[in-house]
Design a protein around this ligand. Structure first.
Ligand code: C2O
Ligand code: CU
Length: 551
């Protein structure tokens, strides 16, 4: 195993991701940042220098479990103090498993300002984790994103305002940081900032050799949008998700939620003399954003690689067809040769109701009526040093009124509170979490929430529509070949059940990956095995005075 070194300067730069000039948070001047490439077992060292001047930063390595290095998870408020302007911080961790992962800022709403990228880990030669599939054409990477012209400051202030100013639908969808805003639709005073021929917004071209099979690694770092991804005219065979091999299944288009990754295989077997669209479309919310596009082009064909395909970009499936999306969730199961069956039963079951509430006149998201806030002192530091005053010591509720709750009606959910309390899990225990979705404050409305667990992979045991019944639904769980993931969708008015082993000492966030939802309280935190965590690096504790803290 080797060490992969990255040296990153984080700074604000004017960029033209969708042809419109925007201040973005960049890595070494660009957004998205570079793909980190490593081999299973390698140590990744990223030296981050915060040159933002007026803003803190922290970077999360999404999908990397941080076994033995919980302080390198990059989650501000949970595992570290933020990296202050001018400071340098070194992330050092081992990538123990092959697969497709991502990284992104985990401070405020900075992820949507452009600080994101992919992590690709190849299987070590001879590893038992080698891919159970072959491709002779090579790999392409597809990073999906959504993009706003407003700054994240303006978005965050709007979300906290009374009345709320919602972030709204994105202006553009990006593929590998490239989108296409229609400059002529802008008011003339703003149009000066739009440059349709700026090289930064020229669509990405993916070149393929006729007859070969390619692996496309797809990741979504969207702030809000659930996306449907399609390669025009080419079926995709899904083979991996979140670093786990799946029983291959063929799709015309693929739903990808924020925080998820997939690998698909495609065969370059179409007419090589024309180009094809790669397209991303918003699903689950009523789309207000044009299709995100890139181009697939055949080597040796008669079409110039940059020529737009002769067709209109694919429009994707009906945005409100949740049954279509649940079917994909159900079709995603473990590859037979790489199934790790879950423990047969859980030691503890936590039912988490996702609801929208009003607290002091502000619209919030709450979990069992508790809207999550991050403590100033990171949990990891507070727990390790016995700083009990650092956060609410009352544990959040294990369940909600699950026999009487009407998930289809608008509920008052009175007495909701905000809290930074956390769940403490017995080390090594098996934990089931059932995420229950419900109606929001507006009638006949329920959204998709992609939940992401730090520090673990979980088994996805089941999905259902309506109210989860603990006396009935566990009998329907897939205990035979559930796929392991780190991010999973909770569908509108539905529930999702997952199981994990609390065997990674540390403190781990578990939250909706929609940036605005997490900001509005849609998350929880889990502690396990804190007594097994080694000495914390000094660098994560810079916002804490630990003098007098009980060592
Ligand atoms: Cu990719 Cu806590 O997030
Ligand atoms: Cu959400």
């Amino acid at each position: 195993a080797k060490t992969v070194h990255e040296q990153w300067d984080i700074s604000y730069q004017f960029t033209h991701s969708d042809c419109v000039r925007k201040l973005a948070v960049t890595i070494n001047g660009g957004t998205p940042g570079p793909t980190i490439r490593a081999v299973q077992g390698d140590t990744v060292v990223v030296t981050v220098k915060n040159l933002l001047m007026t803003e803190n930063v922290a970077i999360h390595w999404h999908g990397i479990r941080q076994l033995g290095t919980p302080w390198a998870d990059g989650t501000e408020g949970v595992t570290q103090c933020p990296i202050l302007p001018g400071d340098t911080f070194e992330y050092r961790f081992v990538v123990d498993r092959p697969g497709t992962y991502m990284y992104h800022a985990h401070y405020g709403m900075q992820r949507s300002a452009g600080l994101n990228g992919m992590i690709v880990v190849a299987a070590a030669p001879g590893s038992a984790d080698a891919e159970p599939f072959a491709y002779d054409g090579g790999e392409h990477e597809v990073l999906l994103n959504d993009w706003w012209h407003k700054s994240t400051y303006e978005q965050a202030a709007g979300l906290a305002a009374v009345p709320i100013v919602w972030v709204g639908e994105p202006q553009s969808l990006l593929i590998n940081g490239r989108g296409r805003y229609n400059c002529s639709a802008m008011a003339s005073d703003a149009a000066a900032a739009c440059n349709a021929t700026h090289p930064e917004c020229a669509p990405q071209v993916f070149a393929v050799v006729p007859g070969r099979t390619y692996r496309f690694r797809i990741a979504s770092v969207t702030s809000l949008s659930a996306l449907n991804f399609e390669i025009e005219g080419h079926e995709m065979t899904v083979v991996e998700t979140d670093g786990h091999y799946v029983k291959p299944f063929v799709v015309k288009n693929l739903n990808v939620y924020s925080g998820e990754t997939y690998s698909v295989l495609i065969k370059a077997d179409q007419d090589p003399n024309r180009n094809y669209w790669l397209a991303s479309n918003v699903v689950s919310r009523k789309p207000g954003t044009p299709t995100g596009t890139a181009v697939l082009s055949y080597y040796g064909g008669r079409s110039s690689p940059r020529a737009p395909p002769p067709t209109a970009p694919p429009a994707g499936p009906a945005w409100n067809d949740s049954a279509y999306r649940i079917n994909q969730s159900l079709a995603t199961v473990a590859h037979p040769e790489h199934a790790h069956p879950p423990p047969p039963r859980a030691d503890r079951t936590i039912l988490l109701l996702n609801s929208q509430n009003k607290i002091d006149g502000r619209i919030k998201w709450a979990i069992n009526n508790v809207s999550f806030t991050l403590p100033h002192t990171p949990y990891l530091v507070a727990l390790k040093h016995g700083l009990l005053g650092a956060f609410d010591q009352r544990p959040p509720p294990e369940t909600y009124n699950h026999t009487g709750y009407d998930v289809y009606g608008v509920q008052a959910n009175p007495n909701a509170t905000t809290s930074d309390g956390l769940y403490r899990l017995a080390f090594g225990s098996v934990v089931d979490v059932v995420l229950q979705n419900a109606n929001m404050l507006a009638p006949n409305n329920s959204e998709t929430h992609p939940w992401h667990l730090h520090g673990h992979d979980f088994w996805t045991l089941g999905f259902g529509v309506g109210r989860f019944d603990p006396a009935v639904h566990p009998a329907t769980y897939n205990l035979r070949d559930p796929v392991m993931k780190n991010t999973v969708a909770v569908h509108p008015f539905g529930w999702t059940a997952l199981r994990f082993r609390a065997d990674n000492p540390g403190v781990w966030a578990f939250h909706c990956h929609i940036e605005a939802h997490f900001f509005m309280g849609m998350g929880v935190a889990f502690e396990e095995g804190i007594e097994r965590v080694g000495d914390l690096p000094e660098e994560i504790r810079r916002c804490v005075s630990t003098k007098g803290g009980g060592h």
